[in-house]
Design a protein around this ligand. Structure first.
Ligand code: SF4
Length: 408
């Protein structure tokens, strides 16, 4: 039997507004991705006597041999069609399990996606992945999307990720650091690039404290962050946010091709092809550096007027990253987590420039959000990609703060 918890949970306003659009979704999560099954759903489906569903459960619900965990005990098979849709998605793009067994019979993955729920001490934090088109629109296009709210939620205990104390820091201190960096990211008076550089420096110093076992010196590092912010250049909010240094194309282009052979839904493929065309990629052939730089310049010029309509777009993308991954505590050391966020951010900006370069007309806010949604589904949300990126960071030297700053 599933263990459910009901509690008031903390979330950004857009997450409280979210509702799945089901059959109207242009890039449904019921297609093209691995659907993992928690143990109690697996057993429930295998025991089902429903005349219509029973043969489908027998055929398409498989035990996950490599797993001992409750969360990924089994899997649901995908149809061999253009979208690789879930075997239980009907012609009307509705879930046959939900139709015949009710919402409570949905697996944890299907019931909770696109939510990520992290528990730090007594509080649960809910964020959505921007791989979901509706979540991406709500998070990226609404000015107040990241205003904090709380609301009661009932979720499966197995689906909640627990934040554990790390590097000798208490959960309270980890949560304070997380909140502090999230607030620095939202300081509109300082250009986004400068905010990120200040955060990067903080993560570098924090990692230094951890490596030298001097975590009691954290207050001094927090004070230097305050000084760095004062020194940070101040100018018009969002100044030049569409413009990025020449290092970005070189750094991000090679990651654009990672996993290119993997299956992509027709929606994701359509946007990636436009980006490829805009940047001058030919299949898995990257363009010459000069051609890539030229394409990025064209893209950035066309991107600037589009971004003026949603000057908070890139900040909101990063804010979601910070919340969803309890930044800077989850992906290895704080400086390693920072490096991963900055390289994924560079890939997202490269995709925006590429799509803008492919289109004569400025991208609409919806197309900007769609490009980031595809970037999240294709790269950011792909655990395999993030692992490959982490492995490559040290090898490629992109884990040094000096080199990362050349991307900002
Ligand atoms: S991707 Fe989002 S909006 Fe689309 S079907 Fe899934 S949860 Fe619903």
């Amino acid at each position: 039997m599933k263990q459910l918890i009901t509690a008031r949970m903390l979330m950004p306003a857009y997450a409280a507004r979210f509702a799945c659009i089901g059959g109207d979704c242009e890039d449904t999560c019921c297609a093209g991705c691995h659907i993992q099954l928690d143990r109690s759903s697996f057993l429930n489906y295998k025991a089902s006597l429903d005349p219509e569903l029973r043969p489908l459960f027998e055929k398409h619900v498989q035990r996950n041999p490599g797993s001992t965990a409750h969360g990924d005990y089994g899997t649901i098979g995908l149809k061999d069609d253009a979208w690789k849709t879930c075997a239980f998605l009907s012609e009307r793009k509705l879930c046959r399990i939900q139709e015949r067994m009710g919402e409570q019979a949905l697996s944890d993955t299907c019931a909770h996606y696109p939510r990520t729920i992290l528990e730090c001490g007594p509080l649960q934090h809910v964020t959505l992945t921007l791989a979901c088109p509706e979540a991406a629109r709500l998070a990226l296009l609404e000015r107040d999307a990241f205003d904090p709210v709380t609301q009661p939620e009932t979720v499966s205990q197995d689906y909640v990720g627990k934040i554990e104390s790390r590097f000798g820091f208490s959960l309270d201190v980890m949560d304070d650091v997380r909140t502090l960096l999230f607030q620095v990211l939202a300081i509109g008076e300082v250009p986004l690039a400068s905010r990120l550089k200040v955060i990067g420096l903080f993560c570098d110093r924090l990692t230094g404290l951890i490596q030298t076992k001097q975590i009691a010196e954290l207050p001094a590092v927090v004070q230097s962050l305050a000084r760095d912010l004062e020194d940070a250049e101040t100018s018009a909010p969002g100044a030049g946010q569409g413009v990025f240094p020449d290092a970005v194309p070189q750094a991000a282009a090679k990651y654009f091709l990672v996993g290119r052979e993997a299956f992509q839904t027709p929606h994701v493929r359509k946007v990636l092809d436009e980006v490829s065309r805009g940047l001058g990629f030919h299949g898995d052939q990257a363009p010459e550096d000069a051609e890539l730089e030229r394409a990025c310049k064209v893209g950035q010029e066309r991107l600037a007027p589009a971004l003026e309509r949603v000057p908070w777009l890139l900040e909101h993308y990063l804010s979601n990253e910070f919340l969803k991954e309890f930044f800077p505590w989850v992906l290895g050391s704080p400086s390693r987590h920072y490096a991963t966020v900055i390289l994924r951010y560079s890939l997202i900006r490269l995709m925006l420039a590429g799509r803008a370069a492919a289109c004569e007309e400025p991208l609409t806010p919806i197309e900007l959000a769609e490009t980031i949604q595809v970037g999240c589904r294709r790269y950011v949300n792909d655990k395999g990609f993030t692992l490959r990126l982490a492995e490559d960071l040290a090898r490629s030297g992109w884990d040094s703060i000096e080199r990362l700053n050349t991307l900002l």
